[in-house]
Design a binder for this molecule. Structure first.
Ligand code: FAD
Length: 415
């Protein structure tokens, strides 16, 4: 691999991990990590949790200290995004006009928050939450806020609601669906989360949509207007209605895109010199039919390690078990595997306390959603990682006294 030039576009979780993994594997070519943000690559999960609450400092978010990159021969370009990929010339063009030649290109451009297509969305006090800059601005806004309205009851919106309510800010969540986190978890976990939010004084307005945002004479948001006529007072509004994969560069370069940058089982795009990983990539998975796009740290990190192995000569399909977590109040929700509506669900434990929902498709365990039952989560990941190993049946799981700990499988997985 000596002499090979790898350029990584996007200096987030996936990009930084890919650069580090290349060096860990002894890659001796050049590695250039290009980012549009100014900060040293950082973790996003604390942005809606510890950082927003003031418990975690910005420096603690860094994935690796700044000195790591230089010490490992990783050329870090920041605040200079890639604006064009010239596939014929095998160079990328940066906003500054600088060009970087590559032999292999890794797209790790992440995702960008959806914006709210209603009147008033550009008022001050209305924002999304994706970057450290967003979180810093929100932290300042919340310090003087009386009433926060969160649009969207997905994981980011709920984490934010939990943090804000604990900070003493009156919080309302408006969710178009019938239950919170409806795209990520089943009804049992949704109900548990909703109960916890209500117990902390968060108002949940479900099955309602925002029609407009109204501001004062200075152009600052004051009211969120809903489709049932209700007017929710708010001096800060956060729009958390999902994210769209950052595919523009890939699309402009003629790569196949569709709900993400489309890659094969080895994470290669339709151009074999170009890979895509993390939130921006849509990939085939043994854990679900069709192609998947996941927004999770696990996926970004595992795909980063996989692509580094590929660039060092390995060739194997990407088969890491998908998993995800969200922290709200004292609840840690963990999801292992890909669960779909229609899967058969068996609840183990106390749905008002600590519990897990084991999910089966065609009688086979395909995932577990856990609330404060980390052992169930870890065991499920091990079971899913051994496709030919034994797994509990739905009948066994439904028996009184069932304990997933009796189904430990030998294959180790990373924490
Ligand atoms: P990102 O980390 O978004 O990095 C992409 C980078 O590419 C960005 O820095 C972007 O600026 C840059 N970029 C884009 N285009 C260009 C370009 N043309 N040139 C140069 N750079 C470019 N996941 C969990 O598993 N658990 C959680 O609890 C959790 N909480 C979260 C809380 C918040 C508030 C957010 C925003 C996300 C959370 N996530 C969580 C999701 C997780 O952070 C993402 O899945 C992960 O960051 C994806 O990594 P990535 O590298 O694919 O994308």
């Amino acid at each position: 691999m000596t002499g090979q030039r790898v350029v990584i576009v996007g200096a987030g979780q996936a990009g930084s991990d890919a650069a580090a993994a290349l060096r860990e594997r002894g890659f001796t070519g050049t590695v250039t990590l290009v980012g549009e943000e100014g900060a040293v690559p950082y973790q996003r999960p604390p942005l809606s949790k510890g950082f927003l609450a003031g418990r975690t400092a910005a420096a603690e978010l860094e994935l690796r200290p700044e000195a790591f990159y230089g010490a490992h021969g990783i050329d870090r370009v920041h605040r200079d995004p890639v604006v064009r990929i010239d596939r014929e010339g095998t160079v990328v063009v940066l906003e500054s006009g600088r060009t970087l030649p590559y032999d292999r290109l890794v797209l790790a451009t992440g995702a960008r928050p959806r914006t709210l297509p209603v009147p008033g969305a550009a008022l001050t006090g209305v924002q999304t939450l994706r970057s450290l800059a967003d979180a810093g601005a929100l932290r300042r806004e919340l310090s003087g806020a009386r009433h926060l309205a969160v649009i969207g009851g997905g994981f980011i919106g709920l984490e934010l609601a939990a943090t804000a309510s604990v900070l003493g800010v009156r919080t309302t969540v408006v969710e178009a669906g019938a239950r919170v986190m409806g795209r990520t978890v089943g009804p049992e976990v949704s109900a548990r989360l909703a109960g916890e939010h209500r117990a902390h004084g968060v108002e949940l307005l479900l099955g309602r949509e925002v029609t407009a945002l109204e501001g004062d004479r200075k152009g600052h948001v004051r009211v969120v207007e809903l489709n049932d006529g209700r007017r929710v007072p708010a001096d800060v509004v956060v729009v958390g209605i999902g994210a769209l994969p950052a595919v523009e560069l890939a699309a402009d370069a003629g790569l196949e895109v569709g709900g993400g940058i489309v890659v094969d089982a080895r994470l290669r795009t339709s151009d074999r010199a170009v890979y895509a990983i993390g939130d921006c990539a849509r990939f085939p998975s043994p854990y679900a039919p069709g192609q998947l796009r996941l927004e999770a740290v696990q996926n970004a990190s595992d795909q980063a390690r996989h692509v580094a192995a590929e660039l060092c000569g390995a060739s194997a399909p990407y088969t890491a078990v998908p998993w995800f977590w969200t922290d709200q109040y004292d609840l840690r929700v963990q999801i292992a595997g890909i669960v779909r509506a229609g899967d058969h669900r068996v609840t183990v434990g106390d749905p008002a306390g600590r519990f897990s929902v084991l999910c089966f498709r065609d009688g086979v365990l395909v995932g577990t959603e856990s609330v404060n039952r980390p052992a169930d989560h870890m065991i499920t990941r091990r079971l899913l990682a051994s496709p030919d190993g034994p797994r509990p049946t739905p009948d066994e799981a439904a028996r009184p006294g069932f304990d997933l700990k009796t189904w430990q499988a030998p294959a180790p997985v990373s924490a």
